[in-house]
Design a protein around this ligand. Structure first.
Ligand code: ADP
Length: 279
C-alpha cells in the first residue's frame, strides 16, 4: 500500500474551522422550551432531531444554538445522490499523489463542531447508517477506506432535521435511526409570535405582519386538501420583504406564496380565493 494511503501517514491537521463559526448572534425567537431541551441534550452530547415542516425555524434554531454554545456549525443539505463518502470523505488524486480528504461529517467529528444534516430523509438509507456508531455510546465514525475509526471530539454533536409531512413508505427514516435521537418538535409559531418574527426579519410594520400571518393561517387550513403544506414563516418573510420594499400586497403574496406553493392552476385559484376571503 503506498504510504499516501496509509492511515498512519495521515496527520489530522486541525483545519481552520473559523469559517464555520458564527460571527454574530443569529436572531431566534424561542417558542417553547426548545433551548433548554437542546442545552440538556448538549450537556450529554446526545444527538438531536429537529422535527417539523419546512421554513418554520429549524435551521435558524441550530445556528442560534451553535452560537450560544460557542461551537462551529457544519451544515450538510442531504440529497438522494449523497453517498457515505460525501459525508465521511474520500481519497483524491492530486499532483502530489493520492491524499485523503475528510468529508464535512468527519471534520466535525474530529474537530468538535456541531454537524447539522438538513433533511436527512432525502439521503438513501445506506448513507444514513454511517451515522449510527456516532449516535450511541461508541461515538465513533468508521472510515472503512482508511481502515480508521475516528473517535468523536468531546464537543462533537450531531443534529438532523426531519420533516414528517413528506413521510412516505419509500422515504422515511429507519426506526433504528430515529430512536437514537432526542426529538424537538417544531411548528409554525403562534400568530403573535410569527408576526413578531416577520416584523423583525422582513422589516414589515405590525399591520403588514398581521395580514401576512392571517394569510398563512388560511393557507395552512388547506393542508391535506390539495396543498401538502401551507405558507411557511419563510414565505411570509419573503412576501413581507417585497411588500415592505414597495411591491403591492397582492403582487407580493402572489410572488412569494401562491406561485411557489403549488403548480396546480386550480389549487392556485382556490388558494387565491381563500386568501382574499381572509383579508
Ligand atoms: P427550516 O430550517 O425549518 O426550513 P428556517 O430556519 O430556514 O426553516 O426558517 C426560515 C426563516 O424563518 C428563517 O430564516 C428566519 O428568518 C425565520 N424564522 C422562523 N422561525 C423563527 C424564530 N423562531 N425566530 C427567528 N426567526 C425565525
Amino acid at each position: 500500500m503506498p504510504s499516501a494511503l496509509s492511515p498512519s501517514a495521515f496527520t489530522a491537521r486541525a483545519p481552520d474551522l473559523a469559517a464555520y463559526r458564527l460571527a454574530a448572534e443569529p436572531y431566534y425567537r424561542p417558542v417553547g422550551d426548545e433551548i433548554a431541551v437542546f442545552e440538556a441534550a448538549w450537556r450529554h452530547r446526545l444527538p438531536v432531531m429537529l422535527k417539523g415542516p419546512t421554513g418554520c425555524g429549524k435551521t435558524r434554531f441550530v445556528e442560534h444554538m451553535a452560537w450560544r454554545l460557542g461551537r462551529p456549525l457544519i451544515t450538510v443539505a442531504a440529497h438522494e445522490d449523497m453517498t457515505a463518502a460525501d459525508l465521511a470523505g474520500r481519497f483524491l488524486l492530486t499532483p502530489e499523489g493520492t491524499v485523503w480528504q475528510d468529508g464535512p461529517l468527519t471534520q466535525a467529528v474530529r474537530h468538535g463542531a456541531l454537524c447539522y444534516l438538513d433533511e436527512i430523509v432525502e439521503a438513501r438509507q445506506d448513507t444514513t447508517v454511517v451515522i449510527h456508531p456516532l449516535t450511541d455510546a461508541r461515538r465513533l465514525l468508521p472510515l472503512e477506506k482508511r481502515n480508521e475509526q475516528v473517535a468523536a471530539h468531546a464537543d462533537f454533536q450531531l443534529v438532523i432535521s426531519y420533516n414528517p409531512g413528506y413521510q412516505s413508505a419509500v422515504k422515511d427514516l429507519k426506526e433504528s435511526t430515529k430512536q437514537r435521537f432526542i426529538a424537538i418538535a417544531f411548528d409554525y409559531p403562534a400568530p403573535e409570535l410569527e408576526a413578531e418574527i416577520v416584523m423583525r426579519e422582513a422589516g414589515a410594520d405590525a399591520a403588514l405582519a398581521s395580514i401576512l400571518v392571517a394569510i398563512a393561517t388560511c393557507s395552512r387550513n388547506l393542508r391535506g386538501q390539495g396543498l401538502d403544506e401551507g405558507a411557511s414563516t419563510r414565505m411570509l418573510i419573503h412576501a413581507g420583504r417585497l411588500a415592505a420594499g414597495g411591491v403591492s400586497l397582492a403582487a407580493a403574496v402572489q410572488a412569494a406564496i401562491v406561485l411557489p406553493i403549488t403548480d396546480d392552476a386550480e389549487m392556485r385559484r382556490a388558494l387565491g380565493a381563500a386568501i382574499a376571503a381572509c383579508l
